[in-house]
Design a protein around this ligand. Structure first.
Ligand SMILES: CC(C)(COP(=O)(O)OP(=O)(O)OC[C@H]1O[C@@H](n2cnc3c(N)ncnc32)[C@H](O)[C@@H]1OP(=O)(O)O)[C@@H](O)C(=O)NCCC(=O)NCCS
Length: 227
């Protein structure tokens, strides 16, 4: 008799899972970043630093054969994470990949025309994560996260299981709230977050442009949850 391997959620291994999780990020990033150089850089913003700097808050979906096919990754203390990003991560970037050369920071990136410059500027400006114009976000919800699962493993309950594992870990550490910033047009993700207990941040944060709560000037949504 043969048994199908059963996928399950476990703590991510910062060494063994690093390459597969990098790959999950490349394959699941928003459509605009899914090709070319921006696709090679994206995981260095939305994946690698979390696994390097706070692996104890990173969980993987294991396909049952030891392969990581999804993750939730989290910084439990966003200001501390920003500091570590600047002091420990930025100095080693160019040694990880020559593509990650520090860009001209004075040039305002025109995302429509030069995505590569845009992502490099994000990479070299971790202070964006503090949302200085609205400090209440990080004060009330100090942790932040990213979650991505390969298509074959989506809509099978693993997103919820990853979150449950992360929330337990954050609660054990006494963290009082978690936030995330997502692309406004990713309606499937918004439905997922609402289904599992997140809500929109309760302030208008785009100077009244949309009038919607928790939608920033770039059209991104701020989702929050108290723990
Ligand atoms: C978004 C994502 C993490 C959700 O994980 P998932 O494993 O597919 O979600 P689950 O199966 O655990 O679903 C949990 C709940 O959310 C609901 N849900 C998930 N996707 C949904 C959708 N598209 N529409 C409506 N409800 C949805 C499920 O019905 C379920 O609710 P229930 O438990 O009450 O039945 C995953 O689909 C994914 O990685 N998508 C691509 C990358 C992405 O968009 N990442 C988020 C970037 S911000």
């Amino acid at each position: 008799m043969s048994f199908e391997p059963q996928p399950f959620v476990r703590l991510a291994d910062p060494v063994k899972d690093a390459a597969p999780l990098f790959d999950v990020c490349r394959k699941t990033v928003g459509p605009a970043l899914r090709a070319g150089t921006p696709n090679l850089i994206a995981p260095y913003i939305w994946n690698v630093p979390y696994i390097r700097l706070c692996p104890e808050y990173c969980f993987a979906v294991d396909d049952g054969n030891g392969n990581a096919v999804g993750y939730v990754i989290c910084a439990p203390d966003t200001p501390e994470f920003v500091k570590q990003w600047r002091e420990e991560y930025l100095p080693i970037l160019e040694s990880l990949d020559p593509l990650l050369k520090k860009p001209e920071m004075d040039l305002p990136a025109d995302w429509g025309k030069d995505l590569t410059l845009g992502v490099l500027q994000l990479l070299y400006n971790p202070e964006d994560m503090l949302h200085d114009a609205c400090p209440r976000l990080v004060e009330e919800y100090p942790a932040h996260l990213h979650i991505d699962i390969l298509p074959d493993y989506q809509r099978r309950g693993f997103g919820r299981k990853l979150m449950d594992a992360l929330w337990d870990r954050l609660r054990e550490a006494g963290v009082k709230g978690v936030h995330l910033v997502m692309e406004g047009r990713n309606v499937d993700a918004e439905r997922f977050y609402m289904a599992i207990g997140y809500s929109r941040f309760d302030e208008v944060v785009d100077d009244g442009k949309s009038g919607e709560r928790g939608k920033d000037v770039n059209g991104n949504l701020w989702m929050v949850k108290k723990l």
